[in-house]
Design a protein around this ligand. Structure first.
Ligand SMILES: NC(=O)c1ccc[n+]([C@@H]2O[C@H](COP(=O)([O-])OP(=O)(O)OC[C@H]3O[C@@H](n4cnc5c(N)ncnc54)[C@H](OP(=O)(O)O)[C@@H]3O)[C@@H](O)[C@H]2O)c1
Length: 336
């Protein structure tokens, strides 16, 4: 296929959101792809990932990753198949993982792509349970928290992408898992599918009261995906020398909120509180996949995802990801 004639669709950021993003912050554009140069590969995306951290990249200013540029396409993790290649390492039909999401076709240098093995698991799993999402949960529990059998762990945003993997891994390690989520359907999923020991809807009940009931002897570990009121409740419930993995702070991504009022408990209870950035742990990917691929294949870890069809669905999907409720369970991906 001559790439000079191929038109590609991409989602662009047209303005920086103020507070909650709106559909007007995004646009769908068509671009003509260039002819392939030596070393380049043309890929058709099949799935791309929608992630909460992208909200931070929509703001101006320095962070741990460059902000998205206004008027330019968004990006992020994606899986797709090679259509045409001028890099001898890639043949047509090969499945690849890239950072070229939010578009249907793209041209990239071969070294920007990683081949994935879709005989082991469905392609979309490499964005979720076998991708950076799963690695975040695995590293957070193993390397940051160092969880041990019989410990009691609380996980927030537990029915989401990272949270659902963290719940399952903590159960496999023999922990007692307390999980929270923002709807009755998600709480049912946590209890019935993920088999956590206790699950509650943090919007319908007081998180501190729930933790008092579920963990009268206190928490060894809190895996924090939300910050905000649930972090405050967890701090109140920690045992001495407990560990808190600071993975995400989604309650404040659209509108930063004042912090917990009880940070002094970190001192009183001698807590260890550690921030986790999955990008620092990519060297752990081989060990992670060596454990996770067999676990997923054996059905010991459920590959739960919500798939929305059509690139044009991506802005609304992203907006809903930053809200509580039933819009998605597990990993949210767009099928192009
Ligand atoms: N540190 C890292 O390297 C790293 C890597 C990946 C992800 N993360 C973080 O991990 C967290 C989960 O990410 P994910 O990809 O797995 O997303 P996700 O959990 O699949 O989706 C986000 C969920 O957050 C919950 N939420 C939204 N607004 C909230 C609020 N105001 N208060 C409490 N919960 C709220 C919603 O679930 P409910 O309906 O249950 O409220 C929503 O479904 C995010 O904070 C993300 O930034 C960190």
């Amino acid at each position: 296929m001559p790439t000079g004639k191929l038109q590609a669709k991409e989602i662009r950021l047209v303005s920086r959101p103020q507070g909650e993003p709106t559909p007007e912050n995004f646009s769908l554009a068509t671009v003509e792809l260039p002819e392939l140069q030596p070393g380049e590969v043309l890929v058709r995306n099949t799935f791309f990932s929608i992630d909460p951290y992208m909200r931070g990249r929509m703001n101006e200013g320095k962070s741990y990753i460059l902000p998205f540029a206004v008027g330019k396409a968004l990006d992020g993790a994606a899986v797709g198949q090679v259509v045409q290649s001028r890099d001898p390492a890639f043949r047509a039909s090969t499945w690849v993982l890239s950072f070229c999401g939010w578009r249907d076709y793209y041209v990239a240098m071969g070294q920007q792509l990683r081949v994935i093995d879709t005989t082991q698991a469905p392609a979309s799993a490499y964005l979720g349970v076998l991708g950076a999402t799963g690695l975040t949960a695995w590293v957070g529990l193993n390397d940051v928290a160092g969880i041990k059998e019989n410990e009691t762990i609380f996980i927030s945003a537990a029915a989401g992408a990272v949270g659902s993997v963290a719940c399952q891994l903590a159960k496999l390690r023999g922990c007692r898992v307390i999980a929270s989520a923002g709807s009755p359907a998600k709480v049912a999923f946590l209890k019935n599918q993920l088999k956590v020991d206790y699950a509650f809807d943090y919007r319908e009940s007081d998180p501190l009261r729930q933790l008092e009931i579920a963990a009268p002897d206190g928490l060894h570990v809190y895996f924090d995906n939300t910050a905000g009121p649930q972090l405050e409740a967890a701090l109140e419930s920690m045992r001495h020398h407990g560990r808190i993995v600071m993975c995400g702070a989604i309650s404040g991504y659209n509108k930063p909120a004042p912090g917990p009022r009880n940070l002094h408990l970190i001192i009183v209870r001698r807590l260890r509180v550690e921030g986790l950035m999955v990008a620092d742990h990519l060297h752990r990917m081989p060990a992670f996949l060596a454990e996770m691929i067999p676990a997923v294949r054996a059905g010991k870890v459920l590959h739960q995802e919500t798939v929305l069809h059509g690139i044009e669905k991506a802005p609304d999907a992203f907006i809903s990801l930053l809200r509580s409720g039933d819009a998605h369970i597990g990993k949210l991906v767009i099928r192009v």
